[in-house]
Design a binder for this molecule. Structure first.
Ligand code: NAD
Length: 479
């Protein structure tokens, strides 16, 4: 059992003023995994106050000092990498192998990328006697979701600190273990008191207190669309900057000449990996009509071999989903897919059949593939956030691009083709903020963010740092 009785405010682990204890459940077994303390509005206020007090000194640090600090955090993160991987698996249920190879390195890398990017950025530009300066926006509230519990806070903290902002982090209630560990890492790495503050708590309590707080200059929010609307509304009276990173329904376009193995691997890794709980999940698969049955039989063979089960076991590809609520939501979508006439190719309702007794109460979902999906079906329009692929057939490449772009979201896209030129041409037509071609490695050292209802922000590297900067012009500089 993990125990956390304190919040991290002003460089110290402190008891909450109006705290409540919350028990957390292991997604794989349904049994308790730990107890944490949730703060209240007074704690959010204390954290904002600490960040406000720390801002003048931290915002005046030099680029070299902040670069050094970010590299020190990265080094300490590397030292705690195993602990972090275990924390992510304990809270999220992601296979330990995935926590080790994706969640943690992606998070750790954010500090190095931010340090490098900061060194490259020009924060003062001279235009004759006018100087254009880029200055930190101020106290930033960082609100994060549970599905990438290490990466999301790390990306925001790295960018904000690089810019010279001070922060209050409010992670998702379901995944606090990695955030607590992040606070330890930042503390050991020498982040000055008040620069980073951590308040665990409910969105409706801590979130609401931060959204409306007159001393919070900016909110960086990653989560769902409906909550983002409430955050933006609550922030409007204080005219603070609200940067949003929201959901997706990302298409993979399998072009007619695609290598089938590459197409299948993309669908499996990016559509089903992390139990489909990825904002940029490749959840709509667009396949040319003439290759549909070939694609489905290869995909089914691959999916049916995936090991679903104990996240701590070496060969597990897919662990549980995060919670019983999430499991219910996904079942609802699978039911809708069936009811609306999609063809269930593999997977379906209920839990995988071959789970050991010890995992019977875990939140395991069968990796599921639907074919004959039309783009107006609910399973093609809404974010399921589970391991469910919707295969849609097309006749021409223009039609594939049109279907891909016919979505309220625009986060991510995937193109699979043997023709590099055509792949790029199709990628350029996608109305999404990030596109992966074939088996390219995911690049965390570039911009991340969406078009349309996938949000208005950009994260990571210099693009992420830019969100935490104000631009100031000083005209008539003569000395
Ligand atoms: P959510 O919107 O329910 O919660 C996100 C965060 O907001 C949590 O910390 C929650 O406590 C907090 N919150 C809730 N009410 C609030 C309020 N009134 N004020 C302020 N904060 C409040 O989302 P979730 O279920 O944690 O995460 C899943 C969603 O996040 C999915 O839609 C997913 O696509 C999206 N997501 C997007 C990205 C991206 O980079 N675009 C990355 C990861 C997840």
């Amino acid at each position: 059992m993990r125990e956390a009785q304190h919040l991290y405010i002003n460089g110290k682990w402190t008891e909450p003023e109006d705290g409540t204890v919350q028990e957390l459940t292991d997604p794989a077994t349904g049994r308790p995994s730990g107890r944490i303390v949730l703060g209240g509005a007074a704690d959010a206020d204390r954290a904002v106050h600490a960040a406000r007090e720390a801002f003048p000194a931290f915002s005046a640090t030099s680029v070299a000092e902040r670069t050094e600090l970010l590299e020190a955090i990265g080094a300490e993160y590397a030292r705690r990498a195993q602990d972090m991987a275990q924390a992510v698996t304990a809270e999220l249920g992601s296979p330990l192998s995935l926590s080790r190879t994706l969640h943690v390195p992606a998070a750790q890398g954010q500090f190095h990328h931010a340090a490098q990017a900061l060194g490259r950025m020009s924060l003062v530009e001279r235009r004759g006697s006018t100087w254009v300066r880029r200055e930190p926006v101020g106290v930033s509230a960082l609100i994060t979701p549970w599905n990438y519990p290490a990466l999301q806070p790390a990306g925001k903290v790295a960018s904000a600190l690089a810019a010279g902002c001070t922060v209050v982090l409010k992670p998702a209630q379901l995944s606090p273990y990695s955030a607590l560990l992040l606070a330890e890492i930042l503390d050991t790495a020498g982040v000055p008191a008040g620069v980073f503050n951590l308040v665990l708590g409910r969105g409706s309590v801590i979130g609401d207190a931060l959204n409306a707080h007159a001393d919070v200059d900016m909110i960086s929010f990653t989560g769902s669309g409906p909550v983002a609307v409430g955050v933006s509304d609550a922030a409007a009276p204080t005219a603070k900057r609200v940067v949003t990173e929201l959901g997706g329904k990302s298409p993979q376009i399998v072009l007619p000449d695609a290598d089938m193995d590459t197409a299948i691997e993309t669908a499996v890794l990016y559509g089903l990996g992390n139990s489909g709980q990825t904002c940029g999940a490749a959840s709509r698969t667009l396949v040319p009509r003439e290759r549909l049955e070939e694609f489905l039989s290869a995909l089914t063979a691959r999916v049916d071999q995936l090991k679903v089960g104990d996240p701590w076991a070496k060969d597990t590809f897919m662990g549980p989903v995060v919670s019983a609520d999430q499991w219910d939501t996904i079942q609802g979508y699978i039911r809708k897919g069936i009811d609306q006439g999609a063809r269930l190719v593999t997977g379906g309702l209920g839990k995988p059949e071959d789970l050991p007794d010890s995992l019977n109460d875990g939140h395991f979902v069968r990796p599921t593939v639907f074919a004959d999906v039309t783009n107006d079906m609910t399973i093609a329009r809404e974010e399921i956030f589970g391991p469910v692929l919707s295969v849609i057939t097309y006749d021409t490449v223009d039609e594939a691009v049109r279907i891909a772009n016919d979505s309220p979201f625009g986060l991510c896209g995937y193109v699979t083709s043997a023709d590099a030129r055509q792949a790029r041409a199709v990628a350029e037509q996608m109305r999404t903020g990030y596109v992966l071609i074939n088996d390219a490695d995911f690049d965390f050292n570039t911009s991340w963010g969406g078009y349309k209802q996938s949000g208005n922000g950009r994260e990571w590297a210099d693009f992420g740092i830019g969100e935490y900067l104000e631009t100031k012009s000083i005209v008539g500089v003569t000395a």
